[in-house]
Write a protein that binds this ligand. Structure first.
Ligand SMILES: [Ca+2]
Length: 514
C-alpha cells in the first residue's frame, strides 16, 4: 500500500510542476494501467494492417496483408500510432528479456532462444552467454512497477529461463501472478482436448496452469484471454493499477488450425500449414478484441495504455527464411540476418481517448497515425518509466530510449536511427552474426562465413535505396563498409558483448574491421 501511495504522490508531484490548479484532482487520479500484448513469432507482415511504407513513403498494402484477417488490430491502430520500422531481436528469449529490462541483448547476454533443457550456445558459441536467463533481483519492468504499487500479471508464454533455473517462473522475476508461463518456448498443443500438451501432443511442452480448461473445446489463445480478463477484473475490483503481460503462445509452431477461423481460409490456394498459421493469427486478433472490450466494460479503457508487438520476425510457413517469402516484400524471416528477421508489428494506444486524463496528457498518442522512424523493443522500459514517473533503479543500465517523441506521425530528428542485433550462436537461419544499422546503412558481419553470407564476412545494404536488401554493396562501398564496421565493433564493446569463439572452448572472435 505504501508503494501505491508513493506512486500517487509521485504522479501528483510531476503534474504539480505542469500546472497548479487541478493538482488536488490529479493527485487522486489512478496511475495508468499498462498492457503488453506480445505475439510469439509474429512478423510485421502477418496482419491485415499495413505497417510497411510503399513507394509513396506511406503505409501500403502488400499481398500478405490481404491474406491475413486482423480487424481488432485495425481497431487498435485507429486509436493509436503504429510503427513502420520497429525492431526486435531475431529469436524469442533475447527479445523478452530486452522488453523487460530495457537492455539490448548484447548487454544482458541472453543472446539465443533458451533451450528449456540446458545450454544451447552452439559449437562456437560463447561460454559466458546468459543461458540461465533472468534471475531474482534483476531489475525488470514488473519488479519496478510492483515496487511502486502495481499489480503485476503474467499470462501466457514466458521463456525467460530454462528448467530448474529461477527465470523459468515469472513469479521469480517481478510478477505477482503467473498463468501459463514456464521454460517452454512453444505449446505441446493448442487444443484443450489435448490438455495443451499435458494429455496429448508434445508432453514435454505442456502448458502449465490451465487444467480447468482440459477436455473442453477452449483453444489455448482463448483460454489465456479468459484468464487475463479474470485477473484484470480482480485488480480493478481491488482498485489497483495493473501491469499485464498477455504474451500469447500464438502464433508460434505447432501450426494447428484454430477451428473457429478455418472457414475463412478454405478458398485460399496457399499451403495447408500457412492457412493454419493464418487461423492462429486471427485467433490472436480475436483475443485482442476481447481484451479491449473487457477493459471498456470495466470502465478503465481511458486509463489503459496498450503496447501491441511481436517478439521476432515472421515464422509463417511460406518458404525459405533467407529469401523474400514469409515477410514479403521484406527479405528473410525469424532467425535471419535480414530485416524480415527483426521487423515486428508495433502499435501503442490509449484504449479510449480522453483529453482530460492526466496519463494521456503525460504521454500523448495521436490516434490513427503512422511513424516511419526506427525504434526497438528495449524502448518500452524507459517509456513506461517516463510515463509513470518512476525512477530507473540506480546502477541499472538502459539501452532503450523513451518513445514519447515518436507517438505521433512525425519523426524525431534528434533521435538516431541505430539498431544492434547480436547473435553469437548456431544453428539457426543464420549463424554467428551481428547486424548494425546506422541511418540509411546496415552492415551484417559473419564471424564464420558460410552459405548464408555467400562466403564473405560482410554484407552491406542501403535501406533507403534498397529496403528489401537485394543489392549487397560491401565490395562497391569500402569506405562505408569500414565506417559501419567500426560502429558495429564499438557498439559491441560498449555493451560488453560476448563473442563467438574460434573453436569449442577457444578464443573470442572479435569483428574484423576491413
Ligand atoms: Ca518468438
Amino acid at each position: 500500500m505504501s508503494g501505491m501511495l508513493s506512486l500517487s504522490r509521485r504522479f501528483g508531484l510531476a503534474l504539480l510542476l505542469v500546472t497548479w490548479v487541478p493538482t488536488l484532482l490529479l493527485a487522486a487520479q489512478s496511475p495508468p494501467n499498462i498492457v503488453v500484448f506480445l505475439i510469439d513469432d509474429m512478423g510485421v507482415m502477418d496482419t491485415s494492417v499495413p505497417f510497411l511504407a510503399g513507394p509513396a513513403g506511406t503505409p501500403a498494402k502488400y499481398p500478405l496483408n490481404n491474406f491475413y484477417r486482423t480487424p481488432n488490430m485495425e481497431r487498435l491502430a485507429a486509436r493509436g500510432v503504429r510503427f513502420g520500422q520497429f525492431c526486435a531481436m531475431s529469436v524469442c528469449s533475447p527479445s523478452r528479456v530486452s522488453l523487460l529490462t530495457g537492455q539490448n541483448a548484447a548487454r544482458h547476454r541472453v543472446t539465443n532462444w533458451i533451450d528449456p533443457n540446458g545450454d544451447n550456445r552452439g559449437p562456437n558459441g560463447p561460454a559466458d552467454w546468459n543461458w540461465a536467463g533472468l534471475k531474482p533481483g534483476d531489475v525488470t519492468l514488473p519488479s519496478v512497477l510492483r515496487g511502486a504499487g502495481y499489480r503485476t500479471l503474467h499470462v501466457g508464454k514466458g521463456h525467460m529461463g530454462p528448467k530448474g533455473k529461477p527465470g523459468a517462473d515469472p513469479l521469480n522475476v517481478g510478477f505477482d501472478t503467473n498463468v501459463g508461463g514456464g521454460p517452454i518456448g512453444q505449446p505441446g498443443s493448442y487444443f484443450a482436448e489435448h490438455g495443451y500438451g499435458k494429455l496429448a501432443g508434445i508432453k514435454a511442452n505442456a502448458v502449465p496452469g490451465l487444467d480447468k480448461y482440459h477436455g473442453t473445446s477452449t483453444f489455448l489463445t482463448d483460454a489465456l484471454t479468459l484468464e487475463a480478463n479474470r485477473l484484470v477484473s480482480e485488480a480493478v475490483a481491488e482498485n489497483k493499477p495493473f501491469y499485464l503481460n498477455l504474451w500469447h503462445y500464438a502464433v508460434h509452431a505447432p501450426f494447428q488450425g484454430d477451428p473457429r477461423f478455418e472457414k475463412n481460409y478454405g478458398q485460399s490456394d496457399r499451403p495447408k500449414y500457412a492457412k493454419a498459421f493464418a487461423t492462429l493469427v486471427e485467433g490472436m486478433d480475436k483475443s485482442l478484441g476481447d481484451l479491449m472490450d473487457h477493459l471498456e466494460k470495466l470502465g478503465v479503457a481511458d486509463n489503459t495504455l496498450v503496447f501491441f508487438l511481436g517478439d521476432n520476425g515472421s515464422d509463417a510457413p511460406l518458404g525459405d527464411h533467407q529469401s523474400v517469402a514469409c515477410s514479403a516484400p521484406l527479405r528473410g524471416g525469424k532467425g535471419s540476418q535480414y530485416e524480415g528477421g527483426t521487423r515486428v508489428p508495433f502499435i501503442a494506444a490509449w484504449l479510449k481517448a480522453n483529453p482530460d486524463n492526466p496519463s494521456q496528457r503525460a504521454l500523448p498518442i495521436t490516434p490513427g497515425t503512422w511513424q516511419r522512424q526506427q525504434a526497438a523493443i528495449q524502448d518500452l522500459y524507459p517509456t513506461v518509466l517516463e510515463l509513470t514517473n518512476i525512477p530507473n533503479p540506480k546502477g541499472h543500465l538502459v539501452d532503450g530510449q523513451s518513445l514519447k517523441s515518436l507517438l505521433g506521425a512525425e519523426p524525431d530528428p534528434a533521435r538516431a536511427e541505430r539498431f544492434l542485433m547480436h547473435y553469437p550462436h548456431a544453428p539457426h537461419q543464420c549463424d554467428y552474426f551481428t547486424t548494425w544499422r546506422d541511418g540509411d546503412w546496415k552492415v551484417i558481419y559473419h564471424y564464420l562465413p558460410g552459405k548464408s553470407s555467400g562466403g564473405s564476412h560482410y554484407q552491406l545494404f542501403n535501406l533507403k535505396d534498397d529496403p528489401f536488401e537485394q543489392n549487397d554493396l560491401a565490395k562497391a562501398h569500402p569506405a562505408e563498409l569500414k565506417r559501419l564496421m567500426a560502429g558495429l565493433a564499438a557498439e559491441l564493446e560498449s555493451h560488453r558483448a560476448t563473442y563467438p569463439v574460434d573453436q569449442p572452448g577457444g578464443k573470442p572472435l572479435k569483428p574484423m574491421i576491413p
